[in-house]
Design a protein around this ligand. Structure first.
Ligand SMILES: Cc1cc2nc3c(=O)[nH]c(=O)nc-3n(C[C@H](O)[C@H](O)[C@H](O)COP(=O)(O)O)c2cc1C
Length: 184
């Protein structure tokens, strides 16, 4: 099984990148191949460029997504929504052939504040469901107070969050297995 992870923050010390790393470690422990796709370098979507060919970084992201059995998205909450970098990526990757359709997706997030990113998650769900993705509704993995949860090198300081990550990744793997069995 291969899962492609997408982090919707370009920031070097991103909390969401740390959350994604923690989830990746759990997945690798389950024997899952994880590839991290990059959103860096994606140009802004422009309908004038929408001719069925894709700029290099877009093509790389699309190829990675299409090769995946499932997708893992870690996103900050910006302005009570998803960051522009994520929306831009969705705009590029929904162009035909749509890279989200029938993909199992786990969306998660972390914030330094108290919200955890619930409003980001609602908007992410709307955007991806409209593209035909199967966004796992529960458990939710929205981690508040990131600075007290992740250490300097991304290590998890809070064992309760570790348990939540484990549970969430178990559900992701089980859902992919169930869906692929159902399709056969
Ligand atoms: C433009 C902007 C908008 C933000 N809006 C929100 C918000 O609506 N809710 C929230 O909890 N945090 C908000 N934040 C704070 C982010 O959660 C914080 O910067 C976080 O560290 C970003 O994730 P990252 O560490 O993975 O880059 C915002 C930050 C920026 C720069």
């Amino acid at each position: 099984m291969k899962i492609v992870s997408i982090v919707a923050s370009l920031r070097q010390d991103s909390w969401n990148h740390r959350l994604s790393r923690a989830a990746t470690e759990v997945l690798k422990g389950k024997g899952v191949e994880v590839e991290e796709a990059s959103l860096a370098g994606l140009p802004l979507f422009n309908g004038d460029l929408d001719d069925g060919t894709f700029p290099g970084p877009v093509a790389a992201l699309r190829d990675a997504m299409r090769s995946a059995d499932g997708l893992l998205v870690a996103s900050p909450e910006y302005n009570h929504s998803i960051p522009a970098v994520m929306k831009n990526a969705i705009e590029w990757t929904c162009r035909p052939p749509n890279c989200w359709t029938n993909k199992v997706v786990f969306g998660m997030g972390t914030t330094p504040g108290r919200s955890g990113g619930i409003r980001m998650h609602l908007h992410l769900s709307d955007c991806l469901q409209c593209e035909g993705a199967w966004l796992i509704p529960r458990p939710m993995l929205l981690v508040p107070n990131a600075a007290s949860v992740f250490g300097q090198n991304g290590e998890l300081l809070d064992p309760a969050v570790g348990d939540q990550v484990e549970e969430a990744m178990t559900v992701l793997v089980e859902t992919i297995n169930t869906m692929s069995g159902a399709k056969a």
